[in-house]
Design a protein around this ligand. Structure first.
Ligand SMILES: *[C@@H]1O[C@H](CO)[C@@H](O)[C@H](O)[C@H]1NC(C)=O
Ligand SMILES: *[C@@H]1O[C@H](CO)[C@@H](O)[C@H](O)[C@H]1NC(C)=O
Ligand SMILES: *[C@@H]1O[C@H](CO)[C@@H](O)[C@H](O)[C@H]1NC(C)=O
Ligand SMILES: *[C@@H]1O[C@H](CO)[C@@H](O)[C@H](O)[C@H]1NC(C)=O
Ligand SMILES: *[C@@H]1O[C@H](CO)[C@@H](O)[C@H](O)[C@H]1NC(C)=O
Ligand SMILES: *[C@@H]1O[C@H](CO)[C@@H](O)[C@H](O)[C@H]1NC(C)=O
Ligand SMILES: *[C@@H]1O[C@H](CO)[C@@H](O)[C@H](O)[C@H]1NC(C)=O
Length: 548
């Protein structure tokens, strides 16, 4: 099944200026060429396709883009040889691996369902964009174009993939890059984790949806929280990215209106030199405000906390944004004890845990990403002895590795938050396709036409109107492609064994009238390990340095 969507050559050449993934005819060095042997045009993609992390065929296919690795390999170009293809490198983020596997789980469930798209299979192509805009943009082009290195068409090199929609990316900045590429073609994008308020602008991002609330709501909720405890003197740090800058801007505007004073507002990124991160840490150490609001992505927060741990200072009360405040990988940072922040509602996805843990060395070997995860998690190699030395692994996996016993973010399904956002996104796309290709017959059996051709623009129109409930959680989008904003207030408390736990202490629902949105249910444990609910004395003890 081919879509009627055609890549307008003028638009494609404009978009393609910064990319190597344009289709060009084989042979001549210039843009278009037809091989005289036949009437059809032989077209060749420039550059090397980015390999997918997971893929499977189906009648309709959905793209997925996650950041399974932390970095893109950066190379110094000397402009004398063809640049190598973009590559992901560094350690593997096993939480993102869980998110991508949750997408596969949702698709398998839909595939098995007799109510949703009965008799129709959904295929997928899932990519690792490793927190990098160039890779995300390249993948967006590839999903739009298809990845066949050489192909024949009747009419020039315009052609398109059978894509229906893309789920992703995790970060706001890569999501923006992708949206700029795909929205001119009307391809819908449903992000599970991109919270930048900027993405609500439908003039700029007409085909962008998300299942996670916009930071506009989170910023308002954070200000609400700070007012609630009567704090007026705070410090602020943010990621130097669309996520951090736009989130912090919304927060500062709202804070200013409420008369909250900001001692400092610092921006940094994990791509900055160490000296920059150190400077931010020094500002925090030498500040007089005891509360720090951190609108920071998890990859940046890790770096800042590592830097702060190097030279401990008097403890700070951390107020975190949802990107890091519920990330289990952060739990080992003891200096964040007592931290509070808004997280996405914790949820339950029946069957997901069994699916995630249903891995064996045989299954894992067929996927490079899963192999890397397995070898990293168990510290052993799935290959024979000979390959060991060059890979710096000490032993060969002997079959005693038990994933049930493994305690890493991949296997931690106790706090499914963002995972449910991925799950909802996949179901939203499936419901949109369902309403295009399925109809209910008189006798209430559902009949679906798997041969029907569906354009992304049709899926886009249907996505705007989805309204369903899955596992008890509702999914619908407002006119800006945003969901109803609800949050949990999460508090970092030390459990009995001294290990950190994320405890839900309250709720925030932006759809309720002002004054009813914020609901506290449990006591907060503060930075000084006091379990007393904050009294005036307690607050002023925290605030003894407030200048008069
Ligand atoms: C340029 O870099 C490539 C690898 O990145 C290397 O193979 C090549 O020798 C370099 N050329 C010059 C002239 O330095
Ligand atoms: C969907 O299910 C069918 C039948 O159970 C199976 O043959 C197919 O491989 C599945 N496809 C996907 C994408 O899971
Ligand atoms: C789909 O059905 C197959 C065959 O019945 C089963 O093995 C698989 O676990 C099901 N997958 C999901 C996600 O329900
Ligand atoms: C419902 O009607 C369709 C044709 O419209 C028929 O193929 C199918 O067998 C019927 N199902 C039942 C349960 O009667
Ligand atoms: C879809 O197309 C195939 C081959 O062209 C045909 O065999 C099949 O009957 C069609 N299915 C439907 C539901 O129209
Ligand atoms: C979705 O459906 C529910 C009940 O079916 C209704 O209460 C709600 O208003 C609908 N939401 C939207 C956005 O249409
Ligand atoms: C914090 O307080 C709890 C109960 O009040 C206590 O059990 C725990 O040891 C304290 N932890 C620290 C680090 O002081």
């Amino acid at each position: 099944m081919r879509l009627s969507l055609a890549l307008d050559p003028r638009l494609a050449s404009v978009l393609g200026l910064c990319l190597l993934h344009l289709a060009v005819a084989a042979g001549k060095p210039n843009l278009l060429d037809t091989t005289s042997a036949s009437d059809s045009v032989r077209c060749r993609l420039q550059g090397t396709p980015h390999p997918s992390a997971f893929s499977k065929d189906g009648d309709f296919f959905i793209g997925g883009v996650f950041s399974i690795h932390y970095y893109m390999l950066t190379v110094e170009h000397n402009f004398s040889t063809m640049p190598e293809p973009l590559r992901c490198t560094g350690s593997l983020d096993s939480r993102e691996l869980r998110l991508s596997r949750a997408m596969i789980y949702a698709i398998e469930e839909i595939n098995n369902s007799s109510q949703l798209l009965p008799g129709v299979t959904i295929g997928y192509e899932i990519y690792d964009a490793c927190c990098s805009v160039p890779v995300a943009v390249k993948v967006a082009f590839q999903l739009t174009n298809g990845a066949d290195p050489v192909f024949d068409t009747g009419e020039g090199c315009s052609r398109s993939n059978t894509l229906t929609a893309i789920v992703g990316e995790s970060g706001s900045t890569p999501s923006i890059g992708m949206s700029r590429v795909i929205s001119p073609f009307g391809i819908p994008q449903v992000s599970h984790f991109a919270t930048c308020a900027c993405l609500s602008d439908k003039k700029q991002f007409p085909s962008f949806f998300r299942t996670i609330p916009s930071d506009q709501y989170q910023a308002a909720a954070l200000v609400h929280l700070i007012r609630h405890f009567g704090w007026i003197w705070i410090g602020a740090v943010r990621s130097d990215s669309d996520y951090g800058n736009s989130g912090m801007a919304a927060f500062l505007t709202a804070a200013h209106k409420e008369g909250i004073c900001v001692e400092y507002s610092e921006a940094f990124s994990h791509t900055n030199p160490q000296s920059k991160v150190k400077k931010v840490a020094d500002v925090i150490r030498s500040s007089t405000s005891r509360v720090v609001v951190a609108f920071v992505s998890y990859s940046d927060m890790r770096i800042l906390l590592e830097e702060l741990e190097r030279l401990p200072t008097s403890p700070r009360q951390w107020i975190g944004s949802e990107a890091w405040v519920t990330d289990p990988e952060m739990k080992h940072f003891g200096l964040c004890a007592g931290a509070i922040g808004f997280g996405i509602q914790r949820s339950v996805i029946p069957g997901l845990r069994d699916f995630l843990l249903d891995l064996s060395p045989q299954k894992v070997s067929s996927s490079p990403v899963l192999t890397e995860f397995w070898e990293g998690a168990f510290g052993c190699s799935l290959e024979k002895e000979t390959a060991l030395r060059e890979r710096a692994l000490v032993k060969v996996c002997d079959g005693s590795e038990d994933i049930q016993q493994l305690r890493v973010p991949y296997t931690d399904t106790s706090q499914l938050r963002i995972t449910n956002m991925v799950y909802k996104a996949v179901y939203a796309v499936a419901h949109a396709i369902h309403s295009l290709v399925c109809e209910e017959k008189m006798n209430s059996t559902v009949y679906c036409d798997r041969n029907q051709s569906v354009t992304p623009t049709q899926v886009l129109e249907k996505l705007k109107r989805v309204n369903f409930s899955r596992n008890g959680y509702r999914v619908s989008f407002d006119a800006n492609g945003d969901p109803v904003a609800t949050y949990e207030l999460v508090n970092w408390q030390r459990g009995e064994g001294g290990q950190m736990e994320f405890v839900t202490v309250g709720y925030y629902d932006a759809s309720l009238p002002d004054g009813m949105r914020f609901r506290m249910e449990k006591e907060i444990t503060w930075v000084d390990n006091s379990t007393q609910s904050p009294t005036v004395a307690h607050v002023s003890a925290l605030w003894r340095d407030v200048p008069s």
